[in-house]
Design a protein around this ligand. Structure first.
Ligand code: URA
Length: 180
């Protein structure tokens, strides 16, 4: 992947207000490629995805249910730049950014992809359904099995209902890894 080209990308308007392009972080051959929505304020300043509270929750659940840590995952977002006022990235912005994600998928060769939340899931797998209908379902992305679960921010907002569902989805992800 041409990292310099990504760091100077101007394919959409999000490039105008960003502090940094949040490329992603993790090993070259990750077990899981985790795909979130877009960087928030903390990530735009820190340059790494999921470094706030929702990331802490997500990786705690992954550790407990899958038995791997953040260090086994490459973590990125469907949109690599922060949208103003933390709005979700638009379909057009996601579309402009998607080729970067596909290049990352190709060069990282993860064993599975995990999308979190509606925006990433719809854009990544090209589906219309909401996350409540398709979480825990399997898709395929350029030959790699991909699953969707709730965004951990939803888990922080409604822990009693959402966290058990994320846990159940992650157990399916573990079964997939165990069967490979
Ligand atoms: N939420 C996301 O979807 N991605 C991040 O990087 C941080 C919070």
């Amino acid at each position: 992947m041409d990292l310099q080209a990504l760091l100077s990308c101007t394919r959409c308007e999000l490039s105008e207000n960003r502090q940094r392009v949040v490329v992603g972080s993790g090993p070259n051959r990750p077990t899981v490629l985790v795909v979130g929505e877009a960087p928030g304020k903390t990530e735009d300043e820190g340059g790494e995805p999921f470094i706030g509270r929702s990331g802490q929750l997500l990786f705690k659940l992954i550790e407990e249910e899958v038995g791997i840590t953040r260090l086994d995952c490459f973590v990125t977002n469907i949109a690599k730049c922060r949208p103003p006022n933390n709005r979700p990235p638009t379909p057009k912005e996601c579309e402009a950014c998607r080729p970067w994600l596909l290049e990352q998928l190709d060069s990282l060769s993860p064993r599975v992809v995990l999308s979190v939340g509606n925006t990433a899931t719809r854009q990544l797998y090209g589906v219309k359904e909401g996350i409540s209908e398709i979480h825990g379902h399997w898709f395929e992305l350029n030959g790699v099995p991909g699953m969707a679960t709730y965004h951990p921010a939803a888990g922080l907002r409604s822990p009693n209902t959402v966290i058990p569902m994320i846990r159940e989805d992650l157990r399916k992800l573990k079964s997939q890894l165990d069967s490979q």
